[in-house]
Design a protein around this ligand. Structure first.
Ligand code: ARG
Length: 466
């Protein structure tokens, strides 16, 4: 290239020297922001149509821009488009090609616009579609978990606190806990989408434009709920990227907690579940192994999304109004967050549909930890003992069962009676796993009938989503 490569740079008119190659490489974003091309064309077309309606752009120019953009879209889709680092970013690459195709009409497209409001619009258009795709994937995962919960609504397993056997629950109930988390995630995404769905175009570089533009009509054409109120905020706001990444970090956190449980449950020590071979991997040295690589990777990738969230927050914290080139750094974390969350949700929806439980193992574990001790205490309270005293009686019952190396439900009526005059043979009914489950018969409880009702509610809630 010659010393002053002015003809090739959209903004180099005032520069006496060519930009250093290292600077070109350092500042170019086309290597990654080309992913926004569809949104960029969509936004440019809406802008051009508005300019034509307002009499700012001749109808013949609009026609030329529209046909040029059709060709550009075909070139990009087919892979023949020549992306050029010298043209810095997706916006200038497309504009340059448009001008090569249609001449001066292409040069007029940027009237009343800046790359600052252009990129702010592009990311919103792009992220809006990605949010819809991720919301759908979240729905698929919830659906798989609800099916599993229905199938195992009455399957007893130990519920844990401190990873110690606490009280019996059903496997279905446990799965529905995750459905609740993912339902909140769904709502968070929808909420973020609503706040994001305002049109920045019209803000131009930062202060608005001298042309008689009609922002409302552009907003309507592009499916925004309205225009961004303040031009300075419109070009510099990246809250939506942070909000989305925060929602994504929570999704990954929930997936990661589920992963941790799957990994434990699949380990031979627990042996509670199996997942299909297609979702496990082997060891290159230990032929006996079936490793839970998918949940382990998901747990690991959670760190990466959390990192992107902190990266974006840090990106914004020191920026004065309005646009700064720092903002170009929003894209890679955002894209990687989208890819990570979407891939993870898709594979989890498929994998969870293959989960098979091993009821005997879960039952045996539930029987091990005196998991119905609270039920016995509750019975004593119902028979008139203050709860703290009941707690004490049951603690002695547990100690006695430990001495006899048996479960609470195996204590003879005489043993029970010796612990408290309020205990007799009838107390044994509340000590069975099934009795314990069935007794928690209220909304949100683990009684199998309640779990089935919760399954129905969760399904209906999911069906109501757009
Ligand atoms: N590639 C830029 C970005 O992603 C586009 C906006 C550039 N604007 C500017 N004034 N340099 O933020």
């Amino acid at each position: 290239m010659s010393d002053k490569d002015g003809a090739n740079k959209a903004w180099s008119g005032r520069f006496a020297e060519a930009v250093d190659d290292r600077v070109k490489r350092y500042t170019a974003s086309v290597g990654f922001d080309r992913r926004l091309w569809r949104a960029d064309i969509q936004g440019s077309l809406a802008h051009a149509r508005m300019l034509a309606r307002q009499g700012i752009l001749p109808a013949s120019d609009l026609a030329a821009i529209e046909s040029g953009m059709v060709q550009i879209a075909q070139e990009i889709e087919s892979g023949s488009f020549a992306w050029n680092l010298d043209d810095e970013d997706v916006h200038l690459n497309i504009e340059k090609r448009l001008t090569a195709l249609v001449g001066d009409a292409g040069k007029r497209l940027h009237t009343g616009r800046s790359r600052n409001d252009q990129v702010a619009t592009d990311i919103r258009l792009f992220l809006r579609d990605e949010i819809d795709r991720i919301a759908k994937l979240l729905g698929d995962l919830q659906s798989a978990l609800i099916d599993l919960a229905e199938r195992e609504a009455g399957t007893v397993m130990p519920g844990f606190t401190h990873l110690q056997v606490a009280q019996p629950v059903t496997f279905g109930h446990h799965m529905l806990a995750y459905v609740e988390m993912f339902a909140r995630d769904h709502a968070r995404l929808a909420d973020c989408r609503t706040r994001m769905n305002r049109l920045p175009l019209g803000a131009a570089a930062l202060a608005g434009t001298t042309f008689a533009i009609d922002r409302e009509s552009v907003a309507r054409e592009l499916g925004f709920d309205g225009v961004a109120e303040n031009s300075l905020d419109a070009v510099s706001d990246r809250d939506f990227a942070i909000e989305f990444t925060a929602a994504a970090a929570l999704i990954m956190t929930h997936v990661s907690r589920l992963s941790e449980e799957l990994i434990l449950w699949m380990s031979p020590r627990f042996g509670f579940i199996a997942i299909a071979d297609g979702f496990c991997t082997g060891s290159s040295i230990m032929p006996q192994k079936r490793n839970p690589d998918v949940p382990e990777l998901a747990r690991g990738k959670t760190g990466r999304v959390n990192g992107h969230l902190i990266g974006l927050l840090t990106l914004m914290k020191g920026q004065p109004l309005a646009y700064n080139k720092d903002n170009q750094e929003d894209k890679e974390p955002l894209f990687d967050t989208i890819d990570t969350v979407a891939d993870t949700l898709a594979i989890f929806a498929a994998m969870m549909a293959t989960v098979r439980v091993v009821p005997q193992r879960m039952r045996a574990a539930a029987l091990e930890g005196f998991s119905t001790a609270t039920d016995l205490a509750d019975l004593l309270v119902k028979r008139g003992l203050p709860f703290r005293d009941a707690h004490e009686v049951v603690a002695r019952a547990v100690r006695r069962a430990e001495e006899l190396r048996c479960g609470l439900e195996d204590l003879a009526a005489t043993e029970l009676a010796a612990l408290s005059p309020k205990l007799d043979e009838s107390a044994r009914a509340v000590l069975s796993l099934e009795g314990s489950l069935a007794a928690r018969n209220h909304v949100g409880g683990t009684a199998p009938d309640q779990v089935r009702a919760a399954v129905a509610r969760a399904r209906a809630r999911l069906a109501r989503l757009p």
